[in-house]
Every structure is written in structure tokens, then in C-alpha cells.
Design a protein around this ligand. Sequence first.
Ligand code: NOJ
Length: 761
Amino acid sequence: MKLQKTVWALAAVAAILAGGCASDNSGGEREMNEFVTGLMERMTLEEKLGQLNLPSGGDMTTGAVMNAEITEMIKNGEIGGFFNVKGAQKIKELQRTAVEETRLGIPLLVGADVIHGYETVFPIPLALSCSWNPEAVERMARISAVEASANGINWTFSPMVDICRDPRWGRIAEGSGEDPFLGSVMAAAYVRGYQGKEMKQSNEIMACVKHFALYGAAEGGRDYNTVDMSRQQMYNGYFGPYKAAVDAGVGSVMSSFNVVDGIPATANRWLMTDVLRDQWGFDGLLVTDYNSIGEMLPHGVAGLREASAMALDAGTDMDMVSGGFYGTLKESLEKGDVDKSDIDRACRRVLEAKYRLGLFSDPYKGCDVDLAKQVTYCDEHRKTARETAAETFVLLRNEGDLLPLKPNKTIALIGPMADAGNNMCGMWSMTCTPDNHKSLLTAMNEATEGAGRVIYAKGSNVYGDERTETAANGIRPIARGDNERLLNEALAAAAKADVIVAALGESAEMSGESASRTDLEIPDVQKTLLRRLKATGKPVVLLLFTGRPLVLTWENGNVDAILNVWYGGSEAADAICDVVFGKVAPSGKLTTTFPRSVGQIPLYYNHLNTGRPDGDPTQFNRYNSNYIDESNEPLYPFGYGLSYTTFSYGEMTLDKTAINAGGSLTASVKVSNTGNCDGYETVQMYIHDVLASQSRPVKELKGFRRVFLKQGESAEVKFEINADMLKFYNYKLEYVCEPGEFEVSVGPDSRNLQTLKFTLE
Ligand code: NOJ
């Protein structure tokens, strides 16, 4: 008999986000206010300005280097915290200096970019989102906090929640993709994981949601570039995940580098005060990005003194790196260009963050050399990282069920990513030690030991041209070889094998900050290699390493199997073998659209319809919204991903066809595992507002459920739909739902859906 179970889907953002770490702490808040007020009464203006200053310590750099003499600055009361310093002992000593050698003994914020792990590195955030598993994201953040706090860090500059619809932008790798609903769910999960219950315990650290706001919408996908968009788009398409982090109790927010309405975000009062503080009720710490105040000069808005005054006035509390707050606000106060109350406000917010972290009762918090040794990169964390990585891989194609491979074959493992252990950790992993990480070659040799054989050849450089490769590989170089010789070695290896596994794509540093690309194909020499491998006639598995959606149109038509493994972190190599040899069935689904060509970008599933939507995509329809030379369709749509098993969907039913503002209805669908192994399926639910006071997206994700089904098992998946889920920000920026007809769709991805209608009365 087939098993059947009922699964209730997480449908409303509100439901998913409930249980965030904001707590009713009014007693605690009162005590905090009294404490901070008392402290501030004893502080000089200089000491207050010192609290607003956040220099980089320089063990790890993320911009033009502006390292400071941290110890001296601490002694002089010139800083409220620092970032980019690694090591429990070192940080403890700096904290001791602040507590024991300054007049007031105020402890320091210690920040770091712990983005997808500290020493135990998890997959890049874009990959993590493809798990569609907020619990996995929360677990990742918790483990990161445990390792980071033991090593002296009490503040992470994560999560990055910028919605991105343009894969040319390298920082797409750092977020949760293109969808604001999924992005909101993930944003809250990160915050819960880092901050724990209240942020106060020794292994809880403060999260920082970034980059507020709209950083992912840089024109042309070029990093740091201009952003310009309507308010409706901001509120409906981009703001959701920042707000979800605020609702989940995030302790801090980082402003973005870009302009919003022509004003650099850091100095944009509407954004920082009207929206963030007044509309969303954020009462935490607002920090700038790296030298954002200094960058207001090249933005053409203001030099350091004026920019600092503008940023303070806009609502910014803490200045990362520029030194403008500490260096110029006194003069601005004397000249009457800033209010003392704003300096007090900013200082109060820094001190409150420290109070909420518990630093005034224990300045060293979890920082402990012995504990750090015990928990950092420990077996238990690595095991979780390995399991998580396997959940994030997306099987894009699997002709003739080529995957999983039997380990008793002769495998030609070819490609520049095959023996690049130092690249497995991905881009934002500066706190880790890449030399510790196993290469795919080593992992594959271990996985096939005693059964099959692995013949390795590098096959190609990352790029044929050395200059481009040096730029691409950044701080994680891969030794280069002669292009022609590498290719010939690969063909010789392939000739001896039953199956070719090609480990190709981007090197780790080709995505992330300052890693924009115009060409989204697999780079030149690697593509030539792949074509030549295909021409051998042997079956080819492409293991795709990438930090962004790539254009895989040729690969999709020619390569037998494509497993997108993103950048899977320190344990990626073992996790890849787990999936390639079938210990784990792939279950990841895309959270960004994969285009057929760069010319289609921006391409995203939740677009508006035009007045002239395209008709039959197999033919050119002049005067419709389309291209002469390419279809409007993506290669792989949002939500897409295969498994080693198959799932079939029964007919969707609705228990009602009309609801009113207070009511709800239930959409149900039976999902069955019809293939040959157990596996996870992520069932997705989308809604479309057919006619509204303004054009609405053709569909919007409003719920999803990841279900585990044994072979032959079925589940009844249910989504509850209520009027709140039909709301949007209208032309007047009121959050409303409008009566009328709606479509609800369910299915395995955003293109493959069944649809029914209902009415909101
Ligand atoms: C600049 C990046 O934009 C930001 O994400 C990061 O947190 C800071 N540098 C600090 O490293």
C-alpha cells in the first residue's frame, strides 16, 4: 500500500516569520535606557564621537586598505569597535585594552564578515537559498555564531538580502536570489541563527542586514553602480527581505554604497529614518558600508565633513572606515551644521547594541582560546556543512539517468576546479583557512577506493589569457599550465575512461564583491575543453562551479548531465561525491532564473505583463514584446531542479472559490514519489492578481513546502491562502488587497504549474 500523509505548507510570510527573536523585553529596555543614560552623562563629546567610529583592523581586507592602529585608537577612546581582526587571543587583548585602559572602560563591538561560515564554511548564500530550507540556513548561522563568538567576534555583517535580477552582478552570490518572499523567509532564518534568542548569550552574535537598500539593482550589473527605481518597485519587489530581518529583531542594518533617488543611501534621510525607523520601527544600530561616507565625494555630493553631517542627520549611527564622524562632527557641531541630539542618538544606539549583546556584563562574551580550539572547524560542524552542501546542489539535466554514477567505473575527472581545494570555500570566506579544504580529486579518489579508478587531468586554465585569470582568481590562485598541453592531456585521460566528469565554471572569486561579468558563458578555454570532451562520444557529466546563473544554452543541448554545485564550502568535495555517487539524491531548486542569453537580462519570473505579451514562443510575433533572435523564455526557470527520482502531481483542489477580507481558503495537491529512490520535493505556490489598480506580476511566490517522500509515497500538500497574502503596495504606497479575481498556481517550479481561480469579495 502506498503511504499518504498530509503536509501543511508554510504559506504566509507572517506565519513563517513568527517566532523571530524580537522579544517583549520592556523591563530590560527600561534598565538599558537607565544604564545608557547614566553612562552618557559621564561621557565627553570626544568619547561619544569615538563610539561612532568603526575602523578596519586589516587582518582581512575588503576594500582599498585603510587599516588603523587599533590599539592606540582604543587607548585614546577613538573607536567604538573594529572589524577584520582574526584570533581569539588577539581580540581578547584588544577588548582588555578597552575595558582596562580607558577612562570609562566601554567594551568594543568586534565585527567580521562571517557570511557563510567562520572556519567551517557552508555553501555561498545563493546556494543556501536553493535548499529552500530555512532550518538549514538557521543552522548554518547558528554554527557560524558558535565558532565566531568563541574567536572573539560579536557582530557579523550578514545577512545580505539584496534582491538581484541581474546575474552579471557578482554579489548575486551573497543573497537569496530574485524573490522577495523566499528572501524574507531566509533573512529571518539568518537573524534567528546568529542572534539566537536575545543576542545576549555567550555564543550569540549581532546580525547586520545589508545593504540597505537596493544594492542588487545596480545598472548593468556593474558593482557599486547607480540604482534608479520606482517606489512601487522598491516596496513590492525589493524591500521585503530587509523588513523581514527587522521584524525578526535584527540588531543592526548596514547602508548600501549606491544612490537611492539620486542620494547616496548613507545620507538618504527618507530611507534611513522615514522608512527604516518610522515605518518599520527599527530601533537598532545603523552602520555605513566600507567608507560610504568618504565615497560621497566621488558620488559628487559632498566632501568628508559635509558628507558626515548629512549621514548623521539622515539617521546613520556608526561610520565604517571613513573616519569622518570622528574627525569632523565636532567641527560641524561648532559651526551649527549638526545637532548635539543627533550625536547623542547615534552614540546611544552604539551603546545599546553593546548592552543588548551583554558586553557591559561580560566584555569578552564567548571569546575563549580553549573553546575556540574545541568548536572551530570541529567534526560535528563539518558534518552539518557537508549535509547542507548536498542540499543546495541543483540537478539541471540528467539524460538517460547518467547520474548517479557507479563508483566501479573508470572516471576521467577533468577541469580546473577538479584539484582546487583552495577554491571550494567560495567567495566570502575570509575567516577560513582554504588550505584545509579537500579537493574534489582527493574526495573522489576516496569515494571510489577499492571499486573504480579516477584519472585526473586539469584540462584547461580558468581563462586562456593570464591577465583575465589573475583578475578572476583573486586571492585564491590556481597554478596555470600551457593551454594546448592541458587540452591534450585531458583528451588522453578521456580516451581511457568510461565516463567523463568535467569540473568547470567560475573560480571562487569570479563572484562576490567587485566581480561583475558581461559574458556569462563558461570561460573560453574551458568551453573549448568541454566541446572537445563531448566530441569523444563518451558520456559527460558537467559539475558546474559558479556563484551566479550562467548561460548554459549549448551545454543544455549537448552535455548528458549537469549538476550545479555552486560553491559548496569547506566540505564541498565530499558533499559532491555524496551526490554524484548517489548517497544523497539532489533536491536543490533554483532561486534565480537562468537566462538563455545575456541579452535577456534582467530576466526574472515575477515580472509584469506588458500590454503586448508574447504569444506562441515557437514563432516570431511582430509587435509583441519579444526579441527577433531569442525567445522570452529562460533556459531554467525560477524554482527549477531535478532529482534522481520523479514526482507526480495530482489535480489541485480549492475548498472554496471565494473569500472575504477575514477569511481563508485551502489549496491542496497530492504529490507522489513515482521514481526509484527516496527524495525531497519542494512544492511551490504562486498567486496572480488578475486585475488591479496597477499592473501586478504575472505570478508571485506565496508559499512553499519541502517534503520528503519515500519511493512510492504520497503526501497531500496544503496551502492556506488569506487576504493578507494578496496585499501589495499601491500607487499611494498603501498596503492593500483589492477585491476581484485571483489565480492560484501550484507545481514543481515557476513554469510548470496548474492554476485555479478564486475571488476576494
Ligand atoms: C564592503 C562590503 O560591501 C560589505 O558587504 C562588507 O560587510 C564590508 N565591506 C566590510 O567588510
